[in-house]
Design a protein around this ligand. Structure first.
Ligand code: PLP
Length: 396
């Protein structure tokens, strides 16, 4: 029965039965002439989730990390200067990937718990009179700290500086859970994956590419083969892949898109906001602190929560798993041992969120945390009751 417990890690996320069934298909011939009828609409419809009408969506059999690698190697050349801010484990890993591809990475160090510093990025661009910086790479939703960054503000700073650099955004843990606007924010490469907001198994990197980035790919010289945009687009145009496609995930994506569109993207975002706010009310009621420094930075897909001094967050997440068989995210990087994370993205409802809040509350009580039993659950219940959309009893 414990296998029925949802996970509260921020990816991979819980897979709805509907999507598990959609992925349960027998092998089909991906070279059959009618495969194009399955693949093309999926790639086309994905653009609505990225909110791009001019960009192209390209997918690879990979995890999100493969999407980072594809975006970088197709559009940049060794030695190219790129500007990146580090404010958590995922922005750190993307920096590491760029360095290993021999890019010249200029790093702006930020306190963890803050987001992309549009002002500092803008100042650096203004100082770059010779336009040596080829790209800004920004993590939209820093999954390690539960911080969402204002990509529109970064675009504003780039425009104010009159700088032609390309803008890359990692939206792996935000896309399809939180609003993302590729065209409006002038994003050239947006990187996501199948196992978070899309509620599917891991195995597909999903990248949206602007016309400017496609143009850059014609002269970029980073070595690439498996992740080559040109090979993939040429094959996609006739309905195939340059190699064997992850067929089950393509069927899964079709069903996932149908689910998201049926609920309506705005409703999906509102649901995530409401669930996240309930979690945040619980955190406040426990007297604990979020890593995210201010409300404008609060992520609606994951909350990272500091444990009180003298407690070890790894002992807490281990205890929650050992005793109640419920998984929470551990503290990553410099937050190891200091914070745990509640993932609240993907296929989740208020009622499911309450089970996670209750489980971690029990685990904290077991370990003698200075919290009042039931305080977090009650705070979340109050919030969910007062905002319930289905019973119609607003504020009751
Ligand atoms: C999950 C995640 C990734 C990609 O991780 P994979 O394990 O390679 O799928 C990248 N960036 C962020 C912000 C993430 O949350």
């Amino acid at each position: 029965m414990t296998s029925q417990n949802p996970v509260f890690i921020p990816g991979p996320t819980n897979i709805p039965d509907e999507l598990r069934r959609a992925m349960n298909i027998q092998t089909l011939d991906h070279r059959a002439p009618d495969f194009v009828d399955i693949l093309s609409p999926v790639l086309d419809d994905l653009r609505q989730v990225f909110k791009t009408s001019t960009g192209k969506v390209i997918t690879f059999p990979a995890s999100g990390t493969g999407g980072w690698e594809a975006s970088v190697t197709n559009t940049l050349s060794p030695g190219d200067k790129v500007l990146m801010a580090r404010y958590g484990m995922f922005s750190h890993r993307w920096i590491d990937l760029c360095q290993r591809h021999n890019l010249d990475v200029e790093i702006i160090e930020c306190e963890w718990g803050t987001g992309a510093p549009a002002d500092r990025l803008g100042e650096r661009l203004i100082a770059d009179k010779g336009h040596e910086i080829k790209a800004l790479l920004v993590t939209h939703n820093e999954t390690a700290t539960g911080v969402v960054s204002d990509i529109g503000a970064v675009r504003g700073a780039m425009d104010a500086a009159g700088h032609p650099a390309m803008l890359y955004a990692d939206c792996v843990s935000s896309l399809a859970s939180m609003d993302f606007r590729m065209d409006e924010w002038g994003v050239d490469l947006a990187v996501s994956g199948s196992q978070k907001g899309f509620m599917l198994t891991t195995g597909m990197a999903i990248v949206a590419v602007s016309q400017k980035a496609l143009e850059a790919s014609k002269t970029a010289t980073c070595p690439r083969c498996f992740f080559d945009f040109k090979d993939m687009m040429a094959a996609n145009a006739i309905g195939g892949f340059p190699y064997t496609p992850p067929l089950q995930l393509i069927y899964g994506l079709r069903a996932s898109l149908d689910m998201l569109f049926e609920e309506g993207l705005d409703n999906v975002f509102a649901r995530h906001h409401r669930i996240a706010e309930g979690v945040r009310r619980a955190v406040a009621a426990w007297g604990l602190r979020l890593c995210a420094k201010s409300p404008d930075l609060y992520s609606d897909s994951v909350s990272a929560i500091y444990v009180p001094d003298g407690f070890n967050s790894d002992a807490l997440t281990n205890h929650a798993y050992d005793t109640y068989r419920v998984s929470f995210g551990v503290g990553l990087g410099e937050m190891a041992g200091k914070a745990f994370r509640i993932g609240h993205l993907g296929h989740l409802s208020d009622v499911l969120a309450l089970s996670g809040i209750a489980a971690i509350e029990m685990a904290m009580k077991d370990l003698n945390y200075p919290i009042e039993m039931g305080a977090g659950v009650a705070a979340a219940q109050d919030y969910y009751r007062s905002t319930a959309g289905f019973t119609g009893k607003k504020g009751a």
